[in-house]
Design a protein around this ligand. Structure first.
Ligand code: PRX
Length: 649
C-alpha cells in the first residue's frame, strides 16, 4: 500500500449532545472530558489505579502496570479478583439484590427475568455442576450456545471456578468448532439441544458431536435443554444440565484469581488462514469493560441496556455480560432473529420492555432501512435515550436513518471503534459531551493513545489517511495469541515495535476526530464479522474440484462486504451452476453460514505478480465492477485481466 490511504468521505453535519440528555449525563462538559482524558495519559497509573479500586478486589494489587516485558503487559500486578464476583456477588449482597440483572426474551415469545440474587444463585449452581464434572481452575471450556440466559451463566460459572471460557458462535460449523476446541485444549463443552432462529430449531448438539469425532481430550459435554428436540447421546460424556443442576448446591465461593490469570479465549480471524485465540486476562479486562460501559453508555440506575450482539463475539462478552453486570446494570437478551415473526420484532421488544440503551451493528441498521420506515414507526420507542453502533464503519446514510427513525432525533449515537483485541471500546464519542458526526468514531476513550501514522510510523498531518495505531498499553488489551507468542509480537507489534497496529486504516481530521476507513490487510468484514480471505480460500481449495481460489470483498449495501471467490477448477471438472452451489455449501459447512460466498466466479487463471503473489487488489476491482486505477505493470498475464472482466457480462 502507498504512503497514505485515499479517502473520499467528506461529512460536515454535526450533532451536539441533545440538551435533555446532557443535563443528566455522567459527563457533560468538554472540560470534564479533557481533564479526565489528560489525566489518563499524563498519569495512567494514578488514573487506572483509581478506577480499578472501584472494583471488589479479593487482594489489592501492588502495581498498576508492568510493561517491562513489552509487548506482553501485566496490569494490576499481584491483585486477586474474580470476574463472577465482580459481576454478581457485590450486587447480590448489596442494594441491587432484587434488581433485574437479565431480562430475556426467546424467539417464540417466552420470557424470563433473573434478579441479581437469582442470577448469583444460578451461576453458583452452574459452577458446582462444572466442578462435579471435574472442571478445574486453569481448564478451558468451550461454550457453543444459543442466546439464552444459560449462555451468560455458563461464562460466569467458568469464571467463578477459575476455568477459562472459549465461546464459539453458534453459527460456526462443526469443523470450525473442532479447530477451536483443539487449539484451545478445551476439556469440556457446554452446549444446548438447540436454539430458536427464524422460527426453526437451530440444532447445536449434532455439530458438537461431529466436532468431537476423534477428539480425545473432551471428557464432558454439558447440554442445556432449550428446544426439546431429539438429540443423540454419548453416554459417559454427555450430561443434561438440568439433571445435574437439580442436585447441585447453590453455594460456590468464587476462586481468587490472579489479575493476569486467563479469563477467556476468543477466536478471531487474522490475515492468515488459522483463527487466532485472543487471550484476555482477568483484572485489566474487567476494568476496561467496566469503565467503558459506564461512560460510553452513560449508565444510570433504571436503565435497560440492550446490546444485540451474540455472546459468541467480543461485543457480547464485553457489553452483554461483563461490562454491564460489573456495573450492576440490567441487560436485555434476545434469542432470535431480528425480523421473526414480524419485521418489527426488535422495536416491539424495545417497546415491550422499555429499553433505554440500544447497541447494534451497521449491517443490522441497513437491513432495517431496507424494510422500510413504517416498520419502526409502529412501535413506541420513547424509552430509548442512547444508541450505539459497532463492528464496521457506519455509512452516514445509515447513521442518519438510525438517528431519525430509531432515535427520533432525541438520542445521541455512539459509533464505537474497537476490536476483539482491544477488549473494550477504544475510540468513541461520550454521549453527554461529544459533538458527533455521521461516520466518525470521534475521539479516543480514556487511556487510549491513538494516532494515524504512515509506513514509517510518523504521525500524519490532519486529513491524510494512514494506519491506525495505539501508542501505549491499556488495561483490556489482549495479552497474546494462545499458544503463539511470536504471532502476537509480529502481527500486532512487528510493524512499529513500540506501537500496537490494529490492522485498520484511518484518518484524523483537524479537530482530532478519527474516521476509520476499514481493514488494510486481507481481512473481510462481512456483516460486522471478521473473516480472513485465506480462511475462505483454504476451505475452497479443500474441495476436490478446486485447483486454486482467491477471495475478495465486494462492497455490499447491507452486509458492508460480500464475499466473491475467484476459482480455477482442476482438469476434467466442468465449471457450472451446480458446482457454484456446491462450493458455497462447502464453505458454509467448513466454516459456517457467515462465510458463504455471495458469488463464485470461475476463471482459467488468477492474476499474479511475476513472483507468484495473487493480486487481490485487481480482483477487488473486478468484483466491484470498477476500473483498476492502480499499478498493473507487475501482472504476469495482462490479458487475463480482460478475460476476468469479460466474465462479468
Ligand atoms: O475493522 C474494524 C471494525 O471491526 C474490526 C474488529 O472486528 P472484531 O474484532 O470482530 O470486533 C468487532 C466488534 C468490536 C476492526 O478492526 N470495526 C469495529 N468497530 C468499528 C469498526 N470499523 C469502523 N467503525 C467502527 N465503529
Amino acid at each position: 500500500m502507498s504512503q497514505s490511504i485515499d479517502h473520499v468521505l467528506q461529512e460536515h453535519r454535526r450533532f451536539p449532545p441533545p440538551r435533555e440528555f446532557q443535563s443528566c449525563a455522567r459527563l457533560s462538559t468538554e472540560e470534564a472530558y479533557q481533564r479526565m482524558y489528560r489525566e489518563s495519559l499524563d498519569d495512567p497509573e494514578g488514573f487506572w489505579g483509581r478506577i480499578a479500586r472501584e472494583l471488589p478486589w479479593m487482594q489489592p494489587f501492588e502495581r498498576v502496570l508492568d510493561w517491562s516485558g513489552a509487548p506482553f503487559a501485566k496490569w494490576f500486578v499481584g491483585g486477586r479478583i474474580n470476574a463472577s464476583a465482580v459481576c454478581l456477588d457485590q450486587h447480590a449482597y448489596g442494594r441491587r439484590a432484587d434488581q433485574r440483572a437479565i431480562v430475556w426474551e426467546g424467539e417464540p415469545g417466552d420470557t424470563r427475568t433473573l434478579t441479581y440474587a437469582e442470577l448469583h444463585l444460578e451461576v453458583s449452581r452452574f459452577a458446582n455442576v462444572l466442578k462435579r464434572r471435574g472442571v478445574q481452575k486453569g481448564d478451558r471450556v468451550a461454550i457453543y450456545m444459543p442466546m439464552i440466559p444459560e449462555a451468560a451463566m455458563a461464562m460466569l460459572a467458568c469464571a467463578r471456578i477459575g476455568a477459562a471460557h472459549s465461546v464459539v458462535f453458534g453459527g460456526f460449523s462443526a469443523t470450525a468448532l473442532k479447530e477451536r476446541i483443539l487449539d484451545g485444549g478445551c476439556t469440556a463443552v457446554i452446549t444446548a439441544d438447540g436454539g430458536w432462529r427464524r422460527g426453526q430449531i437451530l440444532p447445536l448438539k449434532p455439530q458438537v458431536d461431529e466436532a468431537l469425532e476423534g477428539v480425545l481430550g473432551v471428557h464432558t459435554v454439558l447440554v442445556v435443554r432449550r428446544t426439546a428436540n431429539r438429540v443423540t447421546w454419548n453416554a459417559g460424556r454427555d450430561v443434561w444440565y438440568h439433571e445435574l443442576a437439580a442436585e447441585a448446591s447453590t453455594e460456590c465461593a468464587p476462586e481468587p484469581m490472579d489479575s493476569e490469570d486467563l479469563l477467556f479465549l476468543l477466536y478471531t480471524s487474522g490475515s492468515t488462514g488459522k483463527p487466532k485465540g485472543i487471550v484476555h486476562t482477568t483484572g485489566g479486562y474487567l476494568v476496561g469493560a467496566y469503565l467503558s460501559t459506564q461512560f460510553v453508555f452513560d449508565l444510570r440506575d433504571g436503565d435497560l441496556f440492550w446490546c444485540t450482539a451474540d455472546v459468541g463475539w467480543i461485543t457480547g462478552h464485553s457489553y452483554v455480560v461483563y461490562g454491564p453486570l460489573a456495573n450492576g446494570a440490567t441487560i436485555l437478551m434476545y434469542e432470535g432473529a431480528p425480523t421473526t415473526p414480524t419485521p418489527g420484532r426488535f422495536w416491539e421488544i424495545v417497546e415491550r420492555h422499555r429499553v433505554t440503551i440500544f447497541y447494534t451493528a451497521p449491517t443490522a441498521i441497513r437491513t432495517f432501512m431496507r424494510l422500510g420506515d413504517e416498520v419502526p414507526a409502529k412501535s413506541d420507542l420513547s424509552s430509548l435515550r442512547l444508541l450505539g453502533s459497532v463492528g464496521e464503519p457506519i455509512n452516514p446514510e445509515a447513521w442518519m436513518w438510525y438517528h431519525r427513525h430509531i432515535g427520533r432525533q432525541r438520542c445521541p449515537i455512539v459509533d464505537t471503534w474497537w476490536q476483539t483485541e482491544t477488549g473494550s471500546i477504544a475510540i468513541t464519542p461520550l454521549p453527554g459531551v461529544t459533538v458527533t458526526q455521521p461516520g466518525s468514531a470521534t475521539r479516543p476513550f480514556f487511556g487510549i493513545d491513538a494516532a494515524v501514522v504512515d509506513d514509517q510510523g510518523r504521525e500524519l498531518p490532519p486529513d491524510q489517511g494512514g494506519y491506525l495505531v495505539i501508542r501505549r498499553p491499556w488495561p483490556s488489551m489482549l495479552r497474546g495469541i494462545w499458544g503463539n507468542p511470536d504471532r502476537y509480537r509480529e502481527g500486532y507489534w512487528g510493524k512499529y515495535q513500540t506501537m500496537y497496529f490494529a490492522g485498520d486504516g484511518a484518518r484524523r481530521d483537524a479537530s482530532g476526530y478519527f474516521w476509520v476507513l476499514g481493514r488494510v490487510d486481507d481481512v473481510l468484514n462481512v456483516a460486522g464479522h471478521r473473516l480472513s480471505t485465506m480462511e475462505v480460500e483454504s476451505s475452497l481449495v479443500s474441495h476436490a474440484a478446486v485447483a486454486e481460489a482467491a477471495v475478495v470483498g465486494r462492497p455490499d449495501d447491507v452486509q458492508g462486504q460480500a464475499i466473491v471467490a475467484f476459482v480455477t477448477v482442476v482438469k476434467g471438472v466442468e465449471p457450472g451452476e451446480a458446482l457454484k452451489e456446491a462450493l458455497k455449501e462447502h464453505v458454509a459447512h467448513e466454516i459456517g453460514k457467515l462465510a458463504r460466498p455471495a458469488e463464485i466466479r470461475f476463471t482459467d487463471a488468477l492474476p499474479k505478480t511475476r513472483s507468484g503473489k495473487i493480486m487481490r487488489r485487481l480482483l477487488r476491482d473486478v468484483a466491484a465492477g470498477v476500473e483498476t486505477t492502480g499499478d498493473t505493470s507487475t501482472i504476469e498475464d495482462y490479458a487475463l485481466l480482460a478475460r476476468l472482466r469479460g466474465d462479468e457480462e
